[in-house]
Design a protein around this ligand. Structure first.
Ligand code: HEM
Length: 412
């Protein structure tokens, strides 16, 4: 897994030509499953539990100890309602998107003509500024860049034993401590935040037993809102890459065709690699396509391979937003952020936020006059999470470098 990255699981499944592959991951017996039926099995909580499934290095970097990701049954449903209430309402999403587009427009206005900027870093700061203000903790301008760097570092270091893993642990420690102090301050009245803010909702959330969350766990959950929002920088960087590599998509996006922008957002999430697979523990003895999965075994759901399965997405290595136009997407069909029902299962509650932010910013990027200087745009699949090696550099241009003719050339 460490050497092959995203290709590890799909390659094993292809090589064995079976819907189930047995392997070991971090010393533990694991059973890998693939496909729509696999996703359906995985998201039925009678089959797969999460408690005890996440390895310690992932909890200490990406998600945090005591996070919603690690809960099951009634504990999970109660904690999940906190997230769905905050993240899955139209008014809240519109407010976050407006803050994000305002921060984006102000940032782009400051880009100097012909001076290259790195899209990944710029996007991470825009999203950090917007989401911290949105949760009720606006950052002073000088804190935006260091906090953005910490949030990105937590994501970057979760799946590697390399030094970037230890940077991720340190970044999490810093941000958890800072936010735990704020939670304590909100509760004792020494820190004032808006009564209807997300951070106040987390600070006052009570669990099944009627207890407030430990300040450190509340900090983990605030981070579980701000960190993945900032992680949209990965998809925005891939958006820049897609516009460059598949210029035929640009004209329709630039024209402000909203349905196409949403389809484009889905295709970015499908086409580009982010979450490689998801893991849980078999809650009972299971059978999948005639193969037995014993109770307690680690079950890995193939995500990257699923989103590139030609049976689900014909011609999967062609970037084609059109595949998502004029149709409903099945609950277990497109799973870059998990499958099933986000209100009852573990599917990501931030999916609408991701789609709406991408559908708002991708057309802005498409309309921006910019050049893409020579750089290394290779996206190494053996690195998790991955990005174009250059993190996508672009430079504003004064004159339209991009002619409509180019934009209408069929991509390929
Ligand atoms: C970069 C974009 C994002 C990606 C790729 C992503 C992906 C995922 C994935 C794969 C899961 C795990 C599903 C599972 O365990 O079955 C997840 C869960 C979660 N995501 Fe996201 N997500 C993104 C953005 C967001 C945003 C913007 C938010 C909040 C504002 C968010 C909040 C969460 C939470 C709280 C969970 C835990 C859900 C649970 O365990 O019940 N995510 N996400």
């Amino acid at each position: 897994m460490l050497t092959k990255g995203y290709a590890w699981l799909p390659d094993r499944l292809r090589a064995e030509n079976a819907p189930v592959v047995r392997t070991r991951l971090m010393g533990q017996r694991a059973v890998c499953i693939h496909g729509v039926d696999a996703a359906r099995l995985f998201y039925d909580e009678r089959n797969v539990h999460r408690h005890g499934a996440l390895p310690e290095p992932v909890k200490s970097t990406l998600f945090g100890h005591g996070a919603v990701h690690t809960l099951d049954a009634a504990d999970h449903r109660r904690r999940k309602s906190l997230f769905t209430g905050l993240l899955m309402n139209r008014e809240g999403i519109t407010d976050l998107v407006e803050r994000t587009t305002a921060a984006w427009d102000a940032t782009v206005a400051n880009w100097v003509v012909d001076r290259p900027v790195t899209l990944f870093e710029e996007a991470s700061r825009v999203l950090t500024e917007a989401v911290f203000a949105w949760v009720g903790l606006p950052l002073p301008p000088e804190e935006v860049a260091p906090v953005a760097a910490d949030l990105v570092t937590m994501v970057d270091g979760f799946a590697t034993p390399a030094p970037r893993h230890f940077k991720a642990r340190a970044a999490r420690g810093r941000q958890e401590k800072r936010l735990a102090d704020i939670i304590t301050g909100i509760r004792d009245g020494s820190v004032e935040v808006a009564p209807d803010s997300a951070v106040r909702a987390v600070a006052s959330h009570v669990d099944e037993r009627g207890d407030l969350l430990e300040p450190r766990v509340a900090a983990v959950e605030v981070l579980n809102i701000v960190r993945p929002t900032v992680a949209i920088s990965w998809f925005l960087t891939f958006t820049g890459h897609a516009l460059h590599r598949w210029p035929g998509t640009r004209a329709r996006l630039a024209r402000g065709d909203r349905e196409y922008a949403v389809a484009f957002a889905h295709e970015v999430r499908r086409f580009y690699p982010f979450a490689p697979f998801l893991g849980g523990l078999a809650a009972r003895d299971l059978t999948f396509h005639g193969q037995e999965i014993p109770k307690g075994a680690m079950v890995l759901l193939d995500v990257y391979g699923h989103n590139h399965d030609p049976a689900l997405f014909p011609d999967p290595y062609t970037f084609s937003p059109e595949r998502f136009l004029d149709r409903e997407i099945g609950a277990f069909e497109l799973i870059p952020q998990g499958g099933g029902d986000p209100r009852t299962g573990h599917r990501c509650p931030g999916e609408d936020i991701v789609i709406t932010i991408l559908a708002a910013l991708a057309p802005r990027l498409a309309r921006l006059d910019h050049a893409v200087p020579e750089q290394d745009l290779d996206i190494p699949l053996n690195r998790i999470p991955t990005l174009p090696r250059s993190r996508f550099t672009l430079a504003r241009t004064e004159h339209e470098e991009w002619a409509l003719d180019t934009a209408l050339t069929p991509s390929g």
